[in-house]
Design a protein around this ligand. Structure first.
Ligand code: UDX
Length: 471
């Protein structure tokens, strides 16, 4: 099929490259001429494992081309030739809210120019009220011409594994916005001809909610795990063993039950917050999701509390090494990253955060975002002279840290594991004190035992009032 993809951000660029991988002929269009130029030079606007190779291969093979909005002729002919036009422009306002201005502008550009028999595929995540308006928005832009078949095709790809998620999905959802003769659904299914997973057709609002529902449930699982970790800490149970046993129950499953600093990124926090706010505005009571949100915010604070607990209640003047800045490993995405909240809080409490992330671009962006945050280029530089270390993002690199070497370089000996990702025993064997989220810590060396709080307190306990707040 000939496909035009509008919007070359996380969703659009992955979509364009993966559709080319399935032998479709793809033109990717972005509003930014600079982005198009960079893509043609082989530079990606963000880090996603495997994407650069995929883009390079299909550009070289001619199945993937790029254009910018300014190049009127190229865009017009791409639109005229396209059997399917995929819209994947951003819908975040950059301030935690929704915006549909970009989507409306893009639809205004593509809808009038599309062939009558082409299908319009909306892949951006939309606010539910906009999904309900989509049919009339498209019809109005089409004017008196034959209505364009339109479907909503939500993406379920995760950053860091987006290519594998796209090429091997667990399901594909096609929500019918407007499709009088069924040709839109047929063409949308043709896009995914190589997929073996179920392709589900439903109404547009059901499709939108299938994405929203999935993300709200994943967020709920994580906040549940964070509460479970607190209970485990209270009674001396180990949350890892508990979840391992729970996961054998097919009704539960083990995924998304890892406690720690909580969820970040562009999807989960945004959708939980937007949903609770919209429900509150409409007078609909959804206390569970409000609690999911509250628990998630509290986890970041708990991480800081654990650092303070290890440092006898005061962070003033303390050097705290933060390992990992992105909201999860294998991405350079800092949107709603717990590390940013934590770094800001540490600065407010008088500490000096020193951060390291494996990706230089992430380090540079974080430094630009947070005045006073020191960023360094290696784990060694981060831990040098540190009073405490906090692991925020579980990059693979951190699992091979030699804690004995770290102990020598540090001034203090506190290690807070914000992802329950470290090998507890290796940290303890190095003579360091380990603080986790509901993990049982045994065999603490006597030297640490004498100064460390009781076992449960080395875990997720409410200790806010113990933090000294600088005047
Ligand atoms: C999410 C959805 O998973 C994906 O289906 C959707 O298309 C886009 O939003 P993404 O934002 O890339 O994907 O990240 P995800 O892997 O879902 O992780 C979200 C956050 O939850 C991360 O900060 C991660 O560290 C955190 N997390 C995840 C936990 O804290 N505990 C877990 O057990 C799992």
């Amino acid at each position: 099929m000939r496909i035009a993809v509008f919007g070359l951000g996380y969703v659009g660029l992955v979509t364009a490259a993966c559709l080319a991988e399935w032998d479709h002929d793809v033109v990717g269009v972005d509003a930014s001429a600079a982005r198009r130029k960079a893509l043609d030079a082989g530079e990606l606007p963000f880090h996603e494992p495997g994407l650069a190779d995929l883009v390079a291969r299909h550009r070289a093979g001619g199945r993937l081309r790029f254009a910018a909005d300014g190049e009127g002729d190229v865009v017009a002919s791409a639109l005229k030739e396209a059997d399917a036009v995929v819209v994947a422009v951003g819908t975040h306002d950059g301030n935690g809210g929704w915006q549909t201005t970009t989507m409306l502008a893009c639809l205004g550009q593509v809808v009038p120019a599309m062939r009558d028999d082409a299908v319009l595929v909306i892949r951006s995540t939309l606010p539910p009220e906009f999904v309900n308006r989509l049919r009339s928005v498209v019809a109005e832009l089409r004017g008196t011409r034959r209505p364009i078949s339109t479907v909503l095709n939500p993406e379920f790809t995760r950053e860091g594994t987006a290519i594998a998620d796209f090429l091997g999905p667990e399901r594909v959802v096609i929500g019918i916005v407007d499709d009088a003769d069924g040709s839109g659904e047929r063409r949308a299914r043709d896009l995914y001809a190589k997929v073996e997973a179920p392709i589900l057709t439903m109404s547009a609002i059901d499709a939108g909610f299938s994405k929203l529902g999935a993300n709200l449930f994943l967020a709920t699982k994580i906040s549940f795990a964070n509460e479970l970790a607190r209970l485990c800490a209270l009674y001396g149970a180990d949350v890892g063993s508990v979840v391992e046993a729970m996961a054998f129950d097919a009704r539960i499953g083990g995924a998304f039950l890892r406690p720690g600093v909580g969820f970040g990124g562009s999807c989960l926090p945004h959708q939980v917050t937007m949903t609770t706010e919209a429900a509150a505005r409409s007078g609909v009571d959804i206390p569970l999701l409000a609690a999911v949100d509250a628990v998630n915010h509290r986890q970041r604070e708990t991480f800081v509390e654990l650092l303070a607990l290890g440092l006898d209640g005061s962070l003033v003047g303390r050097r705290v090494a933060l390992l990992g800045l992105s909201f999860k490993p294998d991405t350079d995405d800092l949107r709603d990253a717990p590390a940013l909240t934590i770094a800001r809080r540490l600065l407010t409490l008088g500490a000096q955060p020193v951060a390291y992330d494996p990706l230089a671009v992430t380090r540079d962006r974080a430094a630009a975002l947070i005045e006073g945050l020191e960023v360094v280029e290696s784990v060694d530089a981060a831990v040098e002279g540190a009073d405490a270390i906090g692991l925020v993002t579980e990059w693979a690199e951190f699992s091979s840290i030699d804690w004995t070497v770290v102990k020598e370089a540090m001034r203090g000996r506190v290690v807070v594991d914000g992802r329950n990702a470290l090998d507890v025993q290796r940290v303890l064997d190095a003579g360091l004190a380990y603080y986790g989220f509901g993990r049982r810590v045994v065999d603490q060396p006597p030297s640490v035992k004498s100064t460390a709080p009781e076992p449960a307190a080395r875990n997720v306990q409410d200790v806010t009032d113990r933090i000294e707040v600088p005047a």
